[in-house]
Design a protein around this ligand. Structure first.
Ligand code: AP5
Ligand code: ZN
Length: 221
């Protein structure tokens, strides 16, 4: 992307475990744009025991959403940094209508708009299986799956050798609540972005490389 082209703002939409993080990371590497994940920023804050991280933990541990004002301020601050000038791959934000509205207003004020919103569609059974088998690197946040994308050495990251762990909110009870919260608070964004003419659906129940190929083709069309 050249400095003169329109900044590309992509919002990854989909249920917990649909593959937003996996696809956002691949897209970010291919397009050279930053991946901004609200969940990763909360987890990074928690790792560093910041007040924001400790506040977010109270919600994340139950699978509930962190309040809109806190989340919106945090993401807007991240988007204002210079590395986002050419565009960004948003992963996990927005996930309420209030967040979507705040993002639209901020972009509009800068004469910008959301470019595309891929919706990753995956069945609920597959989602639960994906989250139970997910392992994440403590050091570089690389994502693995015990069955679909296992590391070469059990418990160790292929990229940096870091320790792999199971996220605290990936236990079955919390996953059920995260799915409930998704359908109640985030699924309305499907209609919102459809009405804005930027939504497109992808079958997320295919191998990761196939999903990525279809995602790239749609974004570059
Ligand atoms: P967040 O971190 O955003 O989690 P999430 O939305 O629940 O999504 P996940 O990260 O669980 O899944 P994903 O879709 O990224 O899938 P992944 O690529 O990892 O949020 C966590 C919490 O933070 C929230 O509950 C909330 O408390 C808080 N929060 C965050 N943002 C917020 C906001 N905006 N407002 C308020 N609160 C907020 O893939 C899953 C697994 O499947 C992996 O193991 C992967 O290897 C595997 N996999 C991926 N693709 C495939 C494939 N095609 N085939 C087979 N396996 C695959
Ligand atoms: Zn790593």
């Amino acid at each position: 992307m050249t400095a003169t082209s329109t900044p590309l703002y992509v919002v990854m939409l989909g249920a917990p475990g649909a593959g937003k993080g996996t696809q956002a990371r691949m897209l970010s590497e291919t397009l050279g744009l930053p991946q901004v994940s609200s969940g990763d920023i909360f987890r990074e804050n928690l790792k560093n025991q910041t007040p924001l991280g400790l506040l977010a933990k109270q919600y994340m541990d139950n699978g509930a959403l962190v309040p809109d004002d806190v989340t919106i301020n945090m993401v807007m601050e991240r988007l204002s940094r210079s590395d986002c000038a050419a565009g960004v791959i948003l992963d996990g934000f927005p996930r309420t209508l209030a967040q979507a509205d705040a993002l639209d207003k901020a972009l509009k004020a800068a004469n910008l708009a959301i470019s595309r919103v891929p919706l990753l569609e995956v069945s609920d059974d597959a989602l639960i299986n994906r989250l139970a088998g997910r392992r994440v690197c403590r050091d570089c946040q690389a994502m693995y799956h015990l069955e679909f994308n296992p590391p070469a050495v059990e418990g160790k990251c292929d990229k940096c050798g870091g320790e792999l762990y199971l996220r605290a909110d990936d236990n079955p009870d919390t996953v059920r609540n995260r799915l409930f919260v998704y359908y109640k608070q985030t699924a309305p964004l499907i209609g919102y972005y459809y009405a804005h003419g930027v939504l497109f659906s992808l079958n997320g129940d295919q191998p990761m490389e196939q999903v990525q190929a279809e995602l790239l083709a749609a974004i570059q069309a």
